[in-house]
Design a binder for this molecule. Structure first.
Ligand SMILES: [Fe+2]
Length: 553
């Protein structure tokens, strides 16, 4: 039996609340938001590389298969579990009616965005994404062609590592061939279907070379051509979750593509970004599919609620179901244990707050907890450094609050900050009472201050961690907010899925959503065709199963 530690360079799920990851994420998001939008490397990329045409996979007299996976490249167990089943030449599924069907590995594998976490680099792409897929494909022949469209996580280094990984055909990916030289592409598929993969950078418009590329592609379409459009994020969900957010109020790029470039509506939209499966459908049978289960931590499906979208789209399928999602949210009460490194942050904030307050408080100010509280508030008002410290903490919590309605953000952030500061006061007060009353130390003596700090620091870490967990639980459970933070903190590797598309001889498109409820935690080394690979050695792991099936004409 081979355990996780024996799997070479097996990566664990990203700890999104580890201070190092938090700091780096905040920095990269800020830098890419400030500079990324102004230094558009797609322009450089488009000008610097050779001309890219369409990629031709049609017509075909046989069934054509294509796999679509998003949000890969997190922990080994989840990423490899999907890659392992996706790489197998055939996979049997059972339909809702009991009918068994053999699906086939795609001739093409499309990575639909967020290929790596937490931020892109050559090393992270290699160890979190390419290595699992290389091991999964090891020993197989007739490997799929790989295409990839970048998500926001791929953009955090201005697409440098993404371009090197997916846009250099001479290099290949995980032993498979790559063809694209830009971050967007068009695939001509059998049955007059076209897969149009769009790069919207960090939520911006189409750049000019990309618009021209798709205008050239549009000239190749016939009147009967049908579109599958891959986009980096599900705006149809985000515009419901954040109705006041300017970025989501209109999808100008897609409207431009449909109305002005291709002159028709897409039959299917595919995306990831949110790490669950949801399929929405309108009366005409247009499908909007969010399929972000390729490896990254699970997002909740119950919050925000997306049963009805704009323009008559209704939710037809979801994985995992909302009851499961609601149940998993309770794990936030274990926040400090799931995110042990995070506790360093509240530990520092609580200890520093107590230290600053103690500088200006005399024993007369600390006769009882009520007097101490009033004195502490008075000190924060009188002394600029104390006041600035408190305002800084409040500002940080307001910034952290997940809403695009300004007054809600202020109310939520200030309430959370005040709750944390009150808890810091209580922890500091307990440390003071213990050192002075129980141990009889002289207040404000170096040893009393040191011991008090030594108590406040770990206690503050645990209490602050619990309060963050409680805040996230209430936010997602009651208000449908912080769905990202409330579940990234849980680092759930299970409930993974990907899409398998089949175009049959009639030109009908069938979409299979194949999922795994529980991914293996243990793997066994084995050989396939003389190449080393891994298979599950975890009896608790679930086999893949068909979660959803829809036919589009
Ligand atoms: Fe994602």
């Amino acid at each position: 039996m081979v355990r996780r530690r024996d799997v070479p360079k097996a990566r664990r799920m990203v700890g999104w609340f580890d201070p190092q990851v938090l700091a780096q994420s905040a920095w990269l998001v800020a830098v890419s938001n400030v500079f990324g939008r102004h230094s558009d490397s797609r322009l450089i990329e488009a000008l610097a590389t050779q001309r890219q045409g369409e990629f031709d996979y049609g017509p075909s007299s046989e069934d054509f298969w294509l796999d679509f996976v998003c949000d890969t490249g997190d922990g080994w167990d989840s990423t490899y579990a999907v890659a392992h089943h996706l790489a197998a030449p055939t996979l049997d599924v059972v339909h809702a009616g009991g009918e068994q069907e053999t699906t086939r590995r795609g001739r093409v594998l499309v990575f639909g965005g967020d290929e790596v976490y937490p931020y892109p680099s050559r090393l992270e792409y290699e160890s979190r994404t390419e290595r699992p897929y290389r091991k999964a494909f090891a020993g197989y022949t007739d490997l799929p062609d790989i295409f990839a469209v970048p998500g926001n996580h791929d953009w955090y280094d201005s697409l440098v590592a993404f371009s090197r990984t997916f846009c250099r055909p001479e290099r290949g990916f995980a032993g498979c061939k790559t063809h694209q030289t830009r971050s967007y592409f068009a695939l001509r598929l059998p049955g007059d279907w076209w897969l149009i993969a769009v790069d919207l950078q960090l939520g911006s418009e189409l750049d000019e070379p990309q618009a021209r590329y798709f205008q050239d592609i549009a000239k190749l379409l016939t009147e009967r051509s049908k579109l599958i459009i891959c986009v980096p994020e599900p705006r149809w969900i985000l515009e419901v979750a954040y109705p006041k957010h300017a970025s989501y109020t209109e999808d100008a790029a897609i409207a431009f593509l449909e109305n002005e470039v291709f002159g028709r509506r897409a039959r299917v939209f595919l995306t990831g970004d949110r790490h669950f499966y949801k399929r929405h459908e309108n009366a005409e049978g247009t499908q909007k599919i969010t399929s972000g289960g390729g490896g990254a931590f699970l997002h909740p499906t119950h919050a925000p609620q997306t049963h009805q979208l704009r323009d008559g789209f209704v939710q037809r399928a979801v994985f995992p179901d909302e009851a499961t999602s609601r149940r998993l949210a309770w794990r936030n009460w274990l926040f400090p244990f799931l995110n042990p490194y995070y506790m360093i942050l509240p530990a520092f904030v609580y200890a520093q707050s107590a230290w600053l307050a103690s500088e200006h408080l005399q024993p007369d100010d600390l006769t009882d907890i009520g007097t101490a509280f009033v004195s502490t508030v008075g000190a924060a008002i009188r002394y600029p450094l104390d006041g600035m410290w408190l305002l800084g903490i409040i500002a940080a919590f307001v910034f952290f609050t997940d809403t695009h309605v300004r007054w809600w953000r202020i109310i939520g952030g200030v309430s959370h900050a005040l709750a944390q500061l009150c808890a810091a006061f209580v922890v500091g007060w307990c440390a003071y009472r213990f050192t002075t009353e129980t141990l009889g130390m002289r207040y404000a003596s170096p040893t009393q201050l040191l011991l008090s700090g030594a108590i406040t620091f770990p206690l503050g870490g645990v209490v602050g961690g619990f309060m963050m967990g409680a805040y996230l639980f209430v936010s997602v459970h009651v208000f449908g907010r912080h769905s990202n933070e409330a579940f990234s903190s849980l680092r759930i590797a299970d409930y993974k899925q990907w899409l398998r598309l089949r175009i049959d001889g009639d030109g009908a498109l069938s979409i299979y959503c194949i999922g795994i409820d529980r991914v293996p935690r243990r793997w066994r080394r084995t050989q396939r065709g003389g190449a080393p690979t891994y298979v599950s050695d975890d009896p608790k792991a679930s086999p893949p199963r068909l979660l959803d099936f829809v036919r589009v004409r």
